[in-house]
Design a protein around this ligand. Structure first.
Ligand code: KG4
Ligand code: ZN
Length: 364
């Protein structure tokens, strides 16, 4: 196998259309370009991601993103070693747009085609950014997913636990919606929370009374709705400072829940006696500074190294897909023109299904 491998990656599983060029060599990984075209304004009038609108926008934008990513990298298709594409899990129309585009590029160029699990893209990001060695414990926390995974290899993950209903990112988005704030909710709720009192409202820390590291966030959303309605009934509206307090109290509940469940997942992981234990977080919610800080504190209390990707690699991007494609390709894997889009595609196929369904469909 060549010493250096350079892949184009495509991502279109939710509401970001992305293309990137990544090179991996003996000296580590290098992101040569990473283009992300968001669709926030297209979905804004509907208060959430509309799958049909997303699919059409991906189909329109993908080739432009590919062109931009190639130009930015200074490379042409003939300089590449392969095409990697998110083949699931995600919104089926968007995933299909990406897979069709990648198939066209692979057929036209003769390059190998590699289908990538979107969750593996997030879960392998610490290897892209920090060259982290296997195994490591990972909290993958995004708009559609929330799970603790031990990463053993590019396609080998064991799940220790996960959410049984909503994902935290989804809860942030719903909170924003309930409080009249724009989408995506995470960054806005975080900004509001910075000016609020996290103790103003006593929101539940769900499932802490039960053993294990499964989580639940849908009750939190209901608690927030009730608190908001009580405030509106009392004040005839939602005073600005109360909104900040609601955001801060909500974020503190998510933070505390993730921190305590991380403590339990880490204890389970440490019981396996890993040589150099490391805890990594990835996914859109990993961009939240309060949550990152809490997870870092738990790690240091438990004597475990902690790593979190830079913010632009926390949310959906194609650099993680190109990198995960290279990791798969190196194991000898390759897909053919029969590669299909998979709306559901759990990383740990042996783990029992978790309940619930998120904005990307059933939880993987
Ligand atoms: O990983 P991602 O880009 O897409 C999925 O695979 O879901 O994650 C997007 C999610 C959204 O729900 C967004 O509100 C949330 O991540 N998010 C945040 C923050 N930035 C993005 N949640 C909390 N705090 C943030 N700063
Ligand atoms: Zn994602």
């Amino acid at each position: 196998m060549k010493q250096h491998l350079t892949f184009l990656g495509l991502e279109s599983s939710c509401d970001d259309t992305a293309a990137a060029v990544v090179r991996v060599g003996p000296d580590g990984a290098q992101i040569l370009s990473s283009v992300v075209a968001g669709q926030t304004e297209l979905h804004a009038p509907f208060g959430g991601v509309v799958p049909e609108i997303a699919a059409r926008a991906h189909a329109e934008k993908l080739d432009l993103c590919v062109e931009e990513a190639l130009t930015e990298s200074g490379l042409a298709l003939r300089d590449l070693d392969g095409i990697a594409v998110t083949a699931g899990p995600g919104l089926i129309g968007g995933v299909m747009s990406g897979v069709m585009c990648a198939k066209g590029l692979a057929a036209g160029s003769g390059l190998p085609l590699i289908g990538v699990n979107h969750l593996a893209g997030h879960a392998l990001t610490p290897r892209l950014t920090d060259d982290l060695a296997f195994p490591y414990l990972m909290l993958l926390v995004s708009g559609g997913h929330c799970q603790f995974l031990i990463a053993h290899g590019p396609e080998e993950f064991s799940r220790l636990g996960g959410t049984i209903d909503d994902a935290p990112g989804e809860a942030f988005d719903k909170t924003a919606k309930l409080l009249g704030l724009p989408q995506p909710g995470g960054p806005v709720v975080e900004a509001e929370a910075a000016q609020g009192d996290p103790k103003a409202f006593a929101f539940p820390r769900p499932l802490l009374d039960r053993p294990g590291c499964d989580m639940s966030f849908s009750g939190l959303k209901t608690a927030l709705l009730r608190a908001r309605d009580a405030v509106v009934a009392e004040h005839g509206g939602l005073p600005r400072q109360v909104r900040r307090d609601l955001c801060a109290s909500f974020q503190a509940a998510v933070r505390d829940t993730l921190a305590e469940k991380s403590r339990r997942a880490l204890a389970q992981y440490l019981a396996l006696n890993p040589a150099q234990p490391c805890f990594a977080v990835a996914g859109g919610v990993a961009a939240n500074k309060a949550i990152r800080a809490a997870l870092e504190t738990v790690s240091s209390e438990m004597g475990v190294a902690f790593t979190a990707p830079p913010l632009r690699l926390c949310t959906d991007n194609a650099a993680m897909i190109a990198f995960a494609g290279i990791e798969r390709f190196r194991t000898g894997a390759q897909d053919g023109m029969d590669l299909t889009a998979r709306p559901r595609w759990p990383l740990d196929q042996s783990a029992p299904a978790l309940l619930g369904s998120g904005k990307k469909g059933a939880k993987a």
